[in-house]
Ligand binder design. Structure first.
Ligand SMILES: NC(=O)c1ccc[n+]([C@@H]2O[C@H](COP(=O)([O-])OP(=O)(O)OC[C@H]3O[C@@H](n4cnc5c(N)ncnc54)[C@H](OP(=O)(O)O)[C@@H]3O)[C@@H](O)[C@H]2O)c1
Length: 319
């Protein structure tokens, strides 16, 4: 819709994060009036903070991306805040948006970690409630899934308007490379680059390598979020993915080749593989949003490695 965003007031929570920055760039490029609240001043886990924000800025659109997010290691050591902080942030933002007269639509981000551990592949949205998620990321996945229920009951009872998107694992420039919080791709890139720097001829990798993942380039995800905010309304969850499933073994081999690490990859099967397989059916997104991911995995990986090499200090900072 040409001109839709021009002058439109939008709050993007988490807008300074990895995905948020790309969403904000797209909105600003279309002349939206974007506000990005930062956690240090506006901690959304605290009651009343979301209400005050919306009362001050009177946004028409709320895009809720703020979250505590990390890879398997982070989910293992910090399951409690991953559950509670995520649950509270979403709960507060949804209720604040419900009470704010200016807000027309709230966009929520789910996660592929909400799917049951043994979901038939490709994951269809109908399977979301068919079992408990993989244990290492269940607290995070369930907190995010509670927001879907919250959106559905508020839509049914109060007519509140939403879009709810479920992206697969994201990757791209701007990702977090600190080992405490990094996801699989930045963790593997850093290991290979560090090994090259140190002259090591081995890299240790968690798990067996047999698990598979589907990786979505961050700009493709940002495009879908902006499209949903603009043109979609409904509380049926919508998967965002690429239809391209890659084993962890293939992932690390591709990264090693791009980085130029030719040594040995040593698998550590005592560490968890995480969910056995992941690939979503993204046909609903194509049907409802007219969206399809367009960035090939290799192209996205090269861009990610290039960005990391040019921004190592920033990339490795603990958020
Ligand atoms: N990364 C993925 O692979 C992935 C996959 C599927 C879904 N998602 C979802 O996508 C969204 C964005 O993820 P991301 O990877 O971009 O995460 P991120 O880089 O860690 O960014 C999250 C942002 O949330 C903000 N935040 C955290 N705690 C907060 C609090 N208590 N109050 C206010 N703001 C808070 C932080 O703001 P400050 O910068 O101000 O501290 C941070 O910039 C999340 O909802 C996540 O669940 C991510």
């Amino acid at each position: 819709m040409p001109g839709f965003w021009s002058g439109r007031r939008v709050i993007v929570t988490g807008g300074a994060g990895f995905l948020g920055r790309r969403v904000v760039e797209r909105l600003c490029a279309q002349d939206a009036a974007v506000v990005v609240p930062r956690q240090a001043k506006h901690d959304l886990t605290v009651p009343g903070v979301a209400e005050a924000l919306l009362a001050t800025h009177e946004p028409e659109t709320v895009i809720h991306l703020a979250a505590r997010v990390g890879g398997i290691g982070y989910n293992q050591v910090e399951p409690a805040p991953l559950y509670l902080a995520n649950l509270l942030m979403g709960t507060h933002v949804i209720e604040a948006a419900r009470h704010a007269p200016s807000v027309d639509k709230t966009v929520l981000l789910g996660t592929v970690c909400s799917y049951p551990k043994f979901t038939p592949v490709p994951f269809r949205e109908e399977s979301l409630w068919d079992g408990y998620p993989e244990e290492t990321n269940a607290p995070y996945g369930l907190a995010k899934k509670a927001h879907l229920v919250h959106a559905q009951v508020n839509a049914a009872q109060y007519g509140q308007r939403f879009a709810y998107l479920i992206p697969t694992n994201l990757f791209g420039p701007g990702d977090k490379f600190h080992p405490h919080v990094s996801h699989v791709i930045p963790a593997l890139i850093k290991k290979c680059v560090d090994a090259l720097d140190a002259g090591d001829d081995t890299v240790d990798v968690w798990g067996t390598g047999a698990a598979s993942r589907e990786y979505l380039y961050v700009d493709d995800a940002a495009e879908a979020i902006v499209l949903a905010a603009e043109s979609h309304e409904g509380t049926e969850p919508i998967n965002l993915g690429t239809d391209h499933e890659v084993t962890i073994r293939e992932t690390v081999e591709t990264i090693a080749a791009i980085v130029g690490f030719a040594g040995e990859l040593r698998w550590d099967p005592t560490k968890p593989d995480g969910q056995p397989r992941r690939r979503v059916d993204a046909s609903r997104a194509e049907r409802l949003l007219g969206w399809r991911a367009t960035t090939p995995f290799d192209t996205g990986l090269r861009a990610t490695v290039d960005w990391y090499l040019a921004n190592r200090e920033d990339a490795e900072r603990l958020p």
